[in-house]
Design a protein around this ligand. Structure first.
Ligand SMILES: Nc1ncnc2c1ncn2[C@@H]1O[C@H](COP(=O)(O)OP(=O)(O)OP(=O)(O)O)[C@@H](O)[C@H]1O
Length: 534
């Protein structure tokens, strides 16, 4: 299977003449020989531009490649303009499949004879089509209401194609891991494993529906981000019905400027939304290419993003989140020693790394870009420096952070396009400082105690018995009093009873039961103290 897929990929690349991306005089000898030996695979699209050929080749090869093209399209600073423009079509204008087939899939999935049973004005011409699915407009008839919706339908037969590409990637990853010196550090097998999970999850629209509902809940009443409503009752594994939105695509800068959008605020909000999702919610939209982001037409002076396609979301564990935030803050304070130390402590670089040398290397990469607006930072240059530093210090790829890094690239690209004067660091710093403060400050302690209240409310009735039994316990030996070892435990337990009781009374509107616990705790505390000190 993998061999035939490999042949298919090579054939597509050569028949679209993509080998022309590397000029003849720069091609390694072996590559020239290989090209010459596949003489029957000639460029069949000579009349088309290189950008168009690349787009068509990626489209022919399917979702995995289309996603790669979408990502490339956002790096206008690294690609020639005409190629980036062509690739941008992959965000929402991929060749559609027939509308009648989509209609049939919807009817089958929802168990109806005709879409008109549930929807009016179903349009068989798709509104848009991208890597995984295509989208049709309709009006949902629900409880006497007519709701403007879109119906997203997964492309038929794409799973087999995705699985074939993944199998090929897995083979390459294993090969890279065992044959190349960089294999261990880059952890290709683990990275492909994560990617596999992410991509296959995206084929399940019930998952996307759940993600969208969660994200919508996280941003209820937010001025910065709106997530359209999902109608889960009409959603299945391959069909998703959701509120239709009419925003301006974020890549349409002209339209945004024309309606007088506050571009600075919009770019800053992009950064804010990203950091809020990552640090506050630990649940972030991880497919933030421009085809999935719109800007509301209302209130251009107070612009709001609209996010769609929540098929890929990322999460971080507490530890990674903590290290990341501390890293960012140390970086904002130009404390490169701390950045280096954090990398060692978190295990992102080996434990025997020379922290001083590492600090120096980080300073060399970061200092030139510090406090500069995006327009003055050469992204390609920074990336090359970062890769070199990572290699020099044997920094392993962290598969759990790859999605986040990809998203960060999107956010940076977005900011660069919307408002090149954006100072990414200045925008993010106050947000992160607040977040860290909230994690360690007194409010955080109270919040944690509050979160544990149900547990303590359940355990508290047992405490008086525990206290009584402990006080009654006979001395273990004549030389040892029971008081000494029991005292700290008792004091701890009782003080906690008191505190929890008071907290309960405070948070639950001082109800009688909670108040009594507080009082009982305090009284037992006093009795125990008297007893223990005699
Ligand atoms: N709720 C909506 N309202 C209006 N248009 C929408 C809506 N949802 C999707 N679209 C349009 O359909 C396009 C494709 O939708 P979506 O991004 O969900 O498909 P996909 O195949 O999962 O895409 P991707 O390649 O990003 O994974 C979007 O770029 C957008 O233009």
């Amino acid at each position: 299977m993998s061999a035939s897929r490999l042949y298919q990929i090579t054939k597509t690349f050569l028949q679209y003449g993509l080998d022309e991306f590397v000029p003849d005089n720069k091609k390694p000898f072996l590559a020239k020989c290989a090209r010459g030996s596949a003489f029957w695979l000639t460029n069949r699209h000579t009349e088309k531009s290189l950008g168009l050929r690349l787009r068509l080749a990626l489209q022919t090869l399917g979702p995995v490649w289309i996603k790669f093209g979408q990502m490339l399209s956002t790096r206008r600073d690294l690609l020639p303009d005409d190629i980036a423009r062509e690739l941008a079509f992959l965000q929402d204008k991929v060749e559609p499949f027939p509308g009648d087939a989509a209609k049939m899939l919807i009817e089958q999935a929802l168990g109806i004879d005709d879409v008109s049973e549930l929807f009016d004005h179903f349009n068989t011409t798709p509104l848009a089509s991208a890597s995984i699915a295509q989208v049709h407009t309709a009006t949902l008839k629900q409880d006497g209401q007519a709701l403007d919706v879109v119906i997203k339908v997964i492309r038929p037969n794409i799973e087999a194609q995705i699985l074939a590409d993944l199998a090929l990637m897995e083979q390459f990853a294993r090969y890279l891991a065992s044959w190349f010196s960089e294999g261990k550090r880059l952890r290709p097998v683990e990275v492909v494993k994560e990617y596999r999970k992410t991509l296959l999850d995206e084929l399940d629209l019930m998952r996307e529906a759940a993600n969208a509902l969660q994200l919508r809940r996280n941003f209820t009443k937010s001025e910065a981000l709106y997530i359209p409503e999902v109608y889960s009752d009409y959603s299945r594994k391959n069909v998703l019905v959701m509120e239709r939105i009419y925003g301006i695509p974020v890549s349409d800068t002209d339209a945004l400027l024309e309606q007088g959008t506050n571009m600075k605020l919009l770019a800053e909000r992009g950064v804010e939304v990203f950091f809020t999702q990552v640090f506050r919610d630990s649940f972030f939209h991880a497919d933030m290419h421009p085809g999935n982001i719109f800007v509301s037409r209302e209130n251009p002076h107070n612009p709001q993003y609209i996010g769609i396609d929540c098929g890929i979301v990322g999460t971080l564990n507490r530890e990674d989140k903590r290290y990341l935030a501390e890293n960012f803050i140390a970086f904002f304070n130009r404390d490169y020693r701390q950045v280096a130390q954090l990398h060692v402590d978190s295990g992102w670089v080996p434990h025997d790394t020379n922290v001083e040398e590492f600090e120096f290397a980080i300073r060399t990469v970061c200092e030139p870009i510090f406090n500069k607006p995006l327009a003055e930072i050469s992204f390609g240059h920074v990336l090359v420096n970062l890769f070199n530093t990572a290699r020099r210090f044997n920094m392993e790829v962290q598969p759990q952070l790859v999605l986040l890094q990809k998203t960060l690239l999107y956010v940076e690209g977005l900011g660069r396009q919307l408002y090149p004067q954006l100072d990414l660091w200045k925008t993010a710093k106050p947000f992160l400082e607040n977040w860290v403060q909230e994690q360690v400050g007194p409010l955080a302690v109270i919040k944690k105690l509050y979160a544990n209240l149900p547990f303590w409310a359940e355990k508290m009735p047992e405490l008086p018995d525990l206290v009584y039994q402990n006080l009654k316990r006979p001395p273990a030996s004549a030389n040892m009093t029971t008081i000494t070892p029991v005292k700290p435990i008792l004091l701890g337990l009782l003080a906690m009873t008191g505190v929890m009781g008071s907290l309960l009374s405070y948070f639950q509107g001082a109800n009688l039961l909670a108040g009594s616990f507080g009082l009982a705790g305090m009284v037992s505390f006093w009795v125990a103290w008297r007893k223990s000190s005699h």
